[in-house]
Design a protein around this ligand. Structure first.
Ligand code: MN
Length: 337
């Protein structure tokens, strides 16, 4: 764990300064939640504040207060590049190195702003940042953002802030089903409820907004595409572009799908392969000691957390699955001991 010196930060973040809040490619609930929570926090305190994510995020996050203020880098590239130059303070939220921002990362690298990282991924690039607040043993970046705000000015944790933080915690723990065995996570969630949030409503807004086609894609994936490797305690689902198109795939539609594969009794390792334009995108999940972060890093140009990670493959789906199956054999001892 790398702790921030909050008193030092308090001195450096003085009202009137311009702040740019950023998060990673393919933003998830924690990315958007932490960005928007800090957006409200600083906005209320009278800062000039901008929120920027590299590309669009799923529709089930569009209800979040402040959503309309988020700049999408893909759409506003020239304007956003200027923000990397003009902002005095830049926050990196929910990612550990500028490259996780994609193209925008180049401008972050060149920026002269004071750079602050708040994140829960393994191996943050500490040398690049002026200040790091990093802990891998925590539910989410949103929880770290809460601790940050609580130490700077707890009075500014409004209901809007609380809703964003709760959305981040909820999505990064799969509705309190993994990565949530921390007393602090529940204490903070309780404090958010005291701010007036409706936890059941937020749960519904995030998890009960399936389109018909998304639900049918889920049914198809489970009945036709689930492959179980009993001998390796592993289960996978792979979806080609044609299949995704058949079900009118929208961003976020395959979110959580990999967890169904992992939910089979005895399964310790699960993967979801989805064919994108120029690559195969892979989500890895595990229970217990098998580190999908190490696995994704070593073999699929990715990474993440011990039990949840992502990766990419630039060969065909068929070859990717073959490679994966070979790796299962190599890792048999770890997956079955
Ligand atoms: Mn996160």
């Amino acid at each position: 764990m790398i702790k921030l010196d909050f008193s030092l930060i308090r001195e450096k973040i003085t009202p009137g300064k311009s702040i740019l809040l950023t998060s990673h490619n393919n933003p998830d609930g924690d990315a958007v939640g932490s960005v928007l929570a800090l957006y409200h926090f600083f906005y209320q305190a009278g800062y000039e504040v901008y929120a920027l994510v590299p590309n669009p995020y799923p529709e089930f996050l569009h209800w979040m207060p402040g959503h309309e203020n988020i700049l999408i880098y893909e759409d506003k590239q020239a304007y956003a590049n200027q923000l990397f130059i003009s902002s005095e303070i830049i926050f990196s939220l929910d990612y550990n190195t500028p490259e996780r921002m994609g193209e925008a990362g180049k401008y972050l690298r060149k920026s002269k702003a004071l750079k602050i990282l708040i994140d829960h991924h393994i191996d943050p690039e500490v040398d690049f940042y002026d200040h790091c607040f990093s802990n891998v043993n925590i539910s989410s970046t949103s929880e770290l953002a809460y601790l940050f705000m609580d130490s700077i000015n707890p009075e500014l944790i409004s209901k809007d802030v609380a809703e964003c933080i709760f959305a981040g915690i909820l999505t990064d723990t799969g509705s309190f089903s993994y990565n949530c065995n921390f007393q602090q996570t529940f204490n903070i969630s309780g404090a958010l409820i005291a701010k007036g949030i409706d936890a059941a409503r937020i749960n519904r807004l995030i998890y009960a907004t399936h389109t018909e086609s998304r639900l049918r894609l889920l049914g198809y994936s489970l009945s036709k595409k689930l492959k179980v490797y009993k001998e390796f305690n592993t289960a996978i689902i792979c979806l080609t572009r044609a299949e995704l198109e058949k079900f009118n795939h929208q961003i976020g539609d395959t979110e959580g799908l990999v967890n169904y594969a992992l939910s089979i009794k005895g399964i310790r390792f699960a993967a979801l392969f989805t064919e994108r334009e120029e690559k195969i995108r892979i989500s890895f999940r595990s229970v217990g000691n098998f580190s999908v972060n190490d696995f994704a890093r070593a073999h699929f140009e990715g990474g993440g957390h011990k039990n949840a990670a992502g990766g990419d493959s630039y060969i065909s789906m068929e070859q990717t699955i073959k490679k994966f199956e070979l790796l299962l054999s190599e890792n048999k001892h770890v997956l079955t001991d």
